[in-house]
Design a protein around this ligand. Structure first.
Ligand code: SIN
Length: 490
């Protein structure tokens, strides 16, 4: 393979592409390293340290040393530092977006959107940290006074995924730091550079040494420390359900607080009375965002019989017009998938649906590039038992399933162990409320395909996760409640 060192991504600040890990305020390297390739071109983006157990333990020790002084600062003082970090991210948003597209593949305009989304969590929690109010509880006895205060949980370990290499970092780091916790982050080894660039700017913003540590490297060795070390009070993970279950089980040997953002199998329900154009735009936004690689992507597209043909034809026309390509080389609608495994799953789901009688009605043209590209595809006549309805595809495959009644679609939707997001398109407000209440999931979009924002709680039920991120609820995951029961004498 011809390695083209993509050191010159056209960055105004080339030092944001940092090939080192941040431990206790020092940038460290290791003897061996991990190569990171651009999924659109397979060119080398750079190399990051191959950390293991030793570096993970050192990072935990650094976070431990930093914890007391960071906790002792006022929330206002911590908020001011976080605010500087937010402003630095905005000032460098173009570089951060280019780096993100280079390592992850999403279209550049989506990467720019992700950087603003990532920054929004820092802005939000810089403020929200000041509002960690407690309670005064009317005493249970005449001479008792009861108050409840909130305290940072302690050292947090975070493991973040490749599909949102910046936003999933700040959605965890910002509330943790605002609450007064210190943190060790392990970003995905496929997309570590966004996290490391955020670390460079965090240091420049004045986040003290050891408060925010970043290690890249061996998932198993690092994961064993982050889930098993008794000094770590809380573990937070975004990723697949099988991996999340294993990591959470490991955390129980030291009874850590655990937050999990896991896989979904989001239904996208279009009723006969929906506005067809709005529904098609909603499907495009939800299904094809990040080339189908989000955990809240529409996975099962359930369309009522009376509007089915109209939705299928409109969706096909939009998908056929997609431009697929390298996000750094010009305006694109779709990028590559992250790797060969993702391509194999896309084709497995497509072939399985076709073998069960589905019909391909539209395919976008893939580019003539060496990267991990597939053709965005629309299928009709998809059977309910097709794999793409049972498991997350995590790719640009829209399979339309027909249904007739409200009761039928509700029971189809709830027949899964996943419970993350759902979408309903209808012109009937009563139906929207009724169906939304009946769905077993953590988030519902009504007449919209985009539900994510820093001000609202993000998270699932059933096997889609534990806890909520973003919003004022997101701070609670990093705070312990303490009861102060004071006997004041007679
Ligand atoms: C995810 O896919 O994990 C996050 C998507 C989002 O925040 O919208």
């Amino acid at each position: 393979m011809n390695d083209i060192m993509e050191k010159s991504l056209g960055l105004a600040r080339p030092d944001l592409l940092r090939e080192a890990c941040l431990i206790g305020g020092l940038w460290i390297t290791t003897e061996t390293d991990i190569t990171v390739r651009n999924p659109a071109t397979l060119a080398l983006v750079g190399r990051v340290p191959d950390c293991g157990r030793v570096e993970a333990l050192t990072a935990v020790a650094a976070a431990q040393v930093a914890f007391r002084p960071w906790k002792a600062m006022t929330a206002k003082a911590r908020g001011a530092i976080l605010r500087r970090w937010y402003e630095l991210i905005l000032a460098h948003k173009t570089d951060l977006a280019r780096l993100l597209t280079a390592e992850q593949g999403k279209p550049l305009h989506e990467a720019e959107g992700e950087i603003l989304y990532a920054a929004s969590f820092i802005d939000w929690f810089a403020e929200e940290g000041k509002r960690a109010y407690g309670d005064v509880i009317p005493g249970h006895l005449p001479d008792m006074r009861l108050t409840v205060t909130k305290e940072p949980v302690g050292i947090v370990a975070a493991v973040t995924p490749w599909n949102f290499p910046a936003a999933m970092v700040t959605r965890k780091v910002a509330p943790a730091l605002a609450a007064g916790c210190t943190l060790v982050l392990k970003p995905s080894e496929l997309t570590p550079f966004s996290a490391l660039a955020l670390g460079v700017l965090a240091q420049e913003a004045g986040i003290p040494d050891g408060v925010f540590n970043i290690i890249t490297g061996q998932p198993q060795a690092i994961g064993d420390v982050l889930t098993g070390d008794p000094r770590i009070a809380k573990f937070t993970f975004t990723g697949s359900t099988p991996v999340g279950k294993k990591l959470a089980a490991n955390c129980m040997s030291t009874v850590k607080r655990v937050s999990l953002e896991l896989g979904g199998n989001a239904p996208f329900i279009v009723f006969n009375d929906a506005d067809p154009e709005a529904a098609i735009s909603g499907i495009i936004a939800s299904k094809f965002r990040n080339t189908g690689q989000t955990c809240v992507c529409a996975n099962r597209i359930l369309v009522q019989s009376g509007i089915y043909d109209l939705i299928a034809a409109g969706l096909a026309a939009r998908v056929e017009a997609f431009t697929i390509g390298d996000g750094l080389a010009g305006r694109t609608d779709q990028g590559p998938l992250i790797d060969g495994r993702a391509i194999a799953k896309f084709h497995d789901h497509l072939n399985d649906a076709v073998q069960r009688g589905a019909k391909i009605i539209a395919q976008a043209t893939p580019p003539d590039l060496r990267g991990h590209f597939v053709s965005a595809t629309v299928l009709t006549n998809v059977r309910r038992d097709a794999r793409l309805n049972q498991e997350e595809t995590f790719g640009p495959l829209a399979g339309l399933v027909r249904f007739d009644t409200e009761d039928e679609v509700i029971s189809m939707v709830n027949d899964t162990r996943a419970g993350l997001a759902a979408y309903i398109f209808t012109g009937d407000i009563a139906r929207a409320c009724r169906v939304s209440e009946a769905l077993e999931c953590g988030m519902v979009g009504v007449n919209t395909g985009l539900i994510s924002t820093e001000v609202a709680p993000f998270g699932g039920i059933k096997e889609s996760g534990l806890g909520r991120e973003g919003s004022h609820y997101g701070l609670d995951d990093y705070l312990n409640l303490k009861l102060n029961c004071v006997y004041i004498g007679s």
